[in-house]
Design a protein around this ligand. Structure first.
Ligand code: BGC
Length: 382
């Protein structure tokens, strides 16, 4: 194992609070919270590294945090049934303090992001598969059912995407997490590992998949955003938003589509053409201006994860090597690397606003750990 692997596990452990929550980044005040999205991937990395205790306490933390706010869901249902608008704090939040409270200091944050709720259920199912920890599922029945009910109510509503932007749209990535949540929980129910609820999950998963296929595909590839339908007009892909590297998620890990499906082959090829810097890392999307739009460590590992699954081990290895070269002298992986910015003019403004780029970012370390394990598995399967 490379020194960065051990260091990554250590940084993740140090970044896990006694409550079970993982801090997004210990050195970047704006990220001193736990996001369900980041946290679920971090827990999955810990599961892949056989650090099951760490993942287990995270899932318990998620469960108790969700239950604390579960009463909101009756109100959401009531509002949806009666055509009453849903306010920004009526929803379940995307991030919490490490002791599981909603963040009230920053009122302007886009809290309505559904993908973390899909991802935690996917990651929990993976935890059970990898660790055999069936008992945890029984402990978490209530928050599992709460989350499924919540997702069932809100998946068609516009909300913020995984980059916390564009609340006016519905997002293929976020829907993919919902598909994975419905599908994975359905299969645990089929195995009688958790009691079923009244939602026809398999059918719902297929509806979500169908929705993505019908509304997000344009020109043969997957668009990141879907404009919601208004009155008679149907939902439509937002073509000008182009491709986004998070679309890899539709194949790995959420398996909405097979990597052999033409639309995903075209989408990944477009990501490689438009967003993978030759010899470098992976950008989020062409119009990215956040800290000038650098190459993201976690997305570079994500593309490598896909390559490993496809048996493209040499290419996965090249990405792993690139990530290792980005390690700082403290053994940290940042969120993004700024040497080849897409929009250099925007860098300074973010630096002045929030300080230097988050480093270490626990999600970057997690995706690196996942990549190393996926390459190892791929080599064993050769
Ligand atoms: C990213 C999110 C992430 C958050 C914390 C934001 O800048 O867009 O995807 O969850 O940082 O890491």
């Amino acid at each position: 194992m490379s020194p960065l692997y051990e260091r990554s596990i250590q940084i993740i452990k140090e970044g896990q609070s006694s409550t079970g929550a993982y801090i997004a980044s210990p050195n970047f005040p704006t990220y001193s919270y736990c996001w369900l999205r980041d946290g679920s991937f971090i827990a999955h990395a810990m599961d892949q590294a056989s650090e099951f205790d760490s993942a287990r306490v995270f899932f318990r933390w998620v469960g108790s945090t969700i239950q604390k706010y579960s009463k909101k869901i009756d109100e959401i249902e009531h509002r949806l049934d009666n055509g009453i608008p849903i306010g920004k704090d009526d929803v379940l939040h995307t991030r919490f303090t490490l002791d599981g409270k909603e963040v009230t200091e920053d009122d302007a944050w886009g809290n309505f992001q559904i993908d973390g709720y899909g991802t935690w259920l996917w990651a929990l199912a993976e935890h059970v598969r990898l660790s055999g920890d069936n008992v945890l599922l029984l402990e978490l029945v209530e928050p599992i059912h709460t989350t499924l009910r919540y997702l069932d109510l809100v998946w068609r509503l516009p909300n913020y995407d995984c980059w916390e932007e564009h609340p006016e749209y519905i997002h293929a990535y976020s829907l993919a997490t919902v598909f994975a949540a419905f599908n994975s929980m359905n299969s645990l129910m089929d195995q009688l590992l958790i009691p079923s609820n009244e939602i026809p999950l398999r059918k719902r998963a297929m509806e979500v998949r169908e929705f993505i296929l019908t509304h997000a595909v344009s020109d043969g590839y997957m668009c990141k955003h879907i404009k919601p339908s208004q009155q008679i007009k149907v939902s439509a892909p937002v073509i000008q938003s182009g491709v986004d590297s998070s679309m890899i998620g539709l194949v790995v890990p959420y398996q909405v589509f097979s990597p052999d499906d033409l639309v995903m082959q075209m989408t990944i090829a477009k990501i490689e053409r438009d967003l993978l810097r030759p010899g470098g890392g992976v950008y989020r999307y062409r119009a990215d201006v956040y800290y000038g739009g650098g190459e993201w460590i976690l997305l570079t590992a994500w593309l490598g994860w896909h390559y490993a699954r496809m048996g493209r081990i040499r290419e996965a290895q090249v990405l792993q090597n690139w990530i290792e070269r980005q390690m700082t002298s403290e053994g940290y992986l940042p969120e993004q690397v700024s040497e080849h910015l897409l929009a250099p003019d925007h860098y300074e403004a973010w630096l002045n606003k929030w300080g230097p780029i988050a480093s270490p970012l626990l999600w970057s370390h997690a995706m690196y750990v996942i990549l190393v394990n996926e390459i190892k598995k791929a080599k064993q399967n050769e």
